[in-house]
Design a protein around this ligand. Structure first.
Ligand SMILES: Cc1cc2nc3c(=O)[nH]c(=O)nc-3n(C[C@H](O)[C@H](O)[C@H](O)COP(=O)(O)OP(=O)(O)OC[C@H]3O[C@@H](n4cnc5c(N)ncnc54)[C@H](O)[C@@H]3O)c2cc1C
Length: 371
C-alpha cells in the first residue's frame, strides 16, 4: 500500500464508498474503515429513487439488487385510523448488507482499502496527515464520511458531540407477510417505527425512540411488548412476525444537532455533515448526493482549476442549498409526530385535506439527481 494519496476517505459507508467510486475514476484514492463487508447497519433500508440515475452512471444498478419497488406510504398512530399516500418518486427496499457490499465491490476495482480506524487528521501546508491506529498517511485532500457519530468527532472537538443525545435506535429483520410496494410508519409513545420489505422478502423493522420513554423497561423485548404494541398495526405485526436474528442491532446517542459540512478546513459528507430525521427516509439518498457534490468540487481542486479554499466554500454553499430546507422540514415533522396534541391536530387536518401528505413528503426529499 502507498503512503501518499490524492484523496483519503475516512469511513466506507454509503457516502464514503460513493465518493470513492466517483473520484477513483481520475485519482489515487484510499478508503479507511475499521469494518469488513458485508455488514448489517442501522437503517430503515428504504432507498429513495432520486439516486437511481447517478448510481447507474457509477455502474451501480439498484434494480438488479432488489425487486422491491415501493410507491406507497402508510402512517398509523395508536388505534387511530390509517393515513396512506403515494410517494412522489418512490423507492427501493434494499438491505444495507447488499447495498454497501455492491458499492464496496465496485469501489475496490480502482480504490485501495485499509482496515483501520482514523484517530486524527491535520492539515500541514498543502497536504493532510491522517493518523490511524497503525499508520501515518498523507493526501492532497481528505473527505470525512464517518457517519452519525465517531471518535474522530471527539478528537476534532466538533460542537455537536459535546451535547448528550436522548435518541436510540433498534433494528431487526423478520419473516412477515406484507405487500412489496409499501413503507409504513407507525408512531408509539416516545418514538416511531418503520416497516418495509427488503430484497430477500424479509421485513425490516427499524425504530427510533427517546431514551426517557425506553428506560422504564428492562430490555427491548419488554419495550416492544409494552409500548410498541400500543400501536394497533405493530400489535398485529408482533402477533405473527418471526425474528431472523438472535439479537437486534441497537445504537444510542443519535444526534440530530446541526452540524457543518466544512469544519476547520475539513470536508464532511453523509451523516457526518448532517443527519436528517429517519422518518423522512432520505438519509441514504443525502449521503450519496453529498458524495457527488463533494466529488465534483474536489475534482476541480485536484485538477488545479480552483484553490482548496474556493473548493471548500463552493461545497459548503452547494450542500446548504441542496439539503438545508430538507433537514429543517425533517426536524419540524419529527416534533409534530412526537407531540401528542400536534399529532392529533395534524391528523384532523390530513383527514380533511389528504392531498397535503404527499406535499409534506416531497419537502423532505430531493429531485432526481443528475449524473
Ligand atoms: C433509525 C434509523 C433509520 C434510518 N432509516 C433510513 C431509511 O429508511 N432510508 C434512508 O435513506 N436513510 C435512513 N437512515 C439514515 C441512513 O442510515 C444514513 O443517513 C446513512 O447510513 C448515512 O451513510 P454514511 O455513509 O454517512 O454513514 P455510515 O453508513 O454510517 O458509514 C460511516 C462509516 O464510517 C466508519 N467509521 C466510523 N468512524 C471511523 C473512523 N474513526 N475511521 C474510519 N472509519 C470510521 C464506520 O465504520 C462506517 O462504515 C436511518 C437512520 C437511522 C438512525
Amino acid at each position: 500500500m502507498k503512503k501518499n494519496y490524492d484523496v483519503i476517505i475516512a469511513g466506507g459507508g454509503l457516502a464514503g464508498l460513493t465518493a470513492a467510486i466517483h473520484l477513483s475514476q481520475h485519482f489515487k484514492v484510499l478508503v479507511i474503515d475499521p469494518d469488513t463487508y458485508p455488514r448489517h447497519k442501522m437503517c430503515g433500508e428504504y432507498l429513495s429513487m432520486e439516486v437511481d440515475s447517478y448510481l447507474k452512471s457509477l455502474g451501480i444498478h439498484i434494480n438488479d439488487l432488489s425487486q422491491v419497488t415501493i410507491n406507497n406510504f402508510r402512517f398509523t398512530r395508536g388505534s387511530q385510523s390509517i393515513k396512506t399516500a403515494t410517494l412522489p418518486l418512490g423507492g427501493i427496499g434494499v438491505s444495507r448488507y447488499s447495498l454497501d457490499l455492491e458499492l464496496y465491490n465496485k469501489a475496490k476495482e480502482k480504490t485501495d482499502f485499509l482496515l483501520d480506524r482514523i484517530s486524527d487528521i491535520t492539515l500541514n501546508h498543502n497536504h493532510y496527515e491522517v493518523i490511524t491506529t497503525d499508520q501515518k498517511l498523507t493526501a492532497r485532500q481528505v473527505i470525512i464520511a464517518t457517519g452519525k457519530r465517531s471518535l474522530l468527532d471527539k478528537k476534532l472537538a466538533r460542537p455537536f458531540i459535546q451535547k448528550k443525545s436522548p435518541w436510540l435506535a433498534v433494528k431487526m429483520h423478520y419473516k412477515f407477510k406484507m405487500p412489496n410496494d409499501i413503507v409504513e410508519l407507525h408512531a408509539f409513545k416516545g418514538g416511531y417505527a418503520g416497516l418495509s420489505k427488503i430484497e430477500n422478502g424479509n421485513v425490516n423493522l427499524c425504530y427510533l425512540v427517546n431514551y426517557e420513554s425506553f428506560k422504564e423497561y428492562k430490555d427491548i423485548n419488554a419495550f416492544n411488548k409494552e409500548v410498541l404494541t400500543q400501536n394497533i398495526a405493530l400489535k398485529e405485526f408482533f402477533k405473527v412476525a418471526v425474528p431472523i436474528w438472535e439479537k437486534p442491532i441497537t445504537i444510542s446517542q443519535i444526534s440530530f444537532e446541526q452540524k457543518q459540512p466544512v469544519e476547520g478546513k475539513l470536508l464532511m459528507i453523509g451523516d457526518t455533515a448532517g443527519l436528517i430525521h429517519p422518518l423522512c427516509g432520505n438519509g441514504m439518498a443525502m449521503a450519496i448526493h453529498s458524495a457527488q457534490i463533494a466529488s465534483k468540487y474536489v475534482t476541480q481542486y485536484l485538477q488545479d482549476e480552483i484553490t482548496r479554499d474556493q473548493m471548500l466554500i463552493k461545497y459548503s454553499k452547494s450542500w446548504r442549498k441542496t439539503f438545508s430546507s430538507r433537514l429543517l422540514y425533517g426536524r419540524w415533522l419529527q416534533k409534530v409526530l412526537l407531540h401528542k396534541k400536534l399529532t392529533t391536530l395534524s391528523y384532523w387536518f390530513l383527514e380533511r385535506l389528504p392531498f397535503l401528505l404527499p406535499i409534506i413528503i416531497k419537502k423532505t426529499h430531493g429531485k432526481e439527481i443528475q449524473p
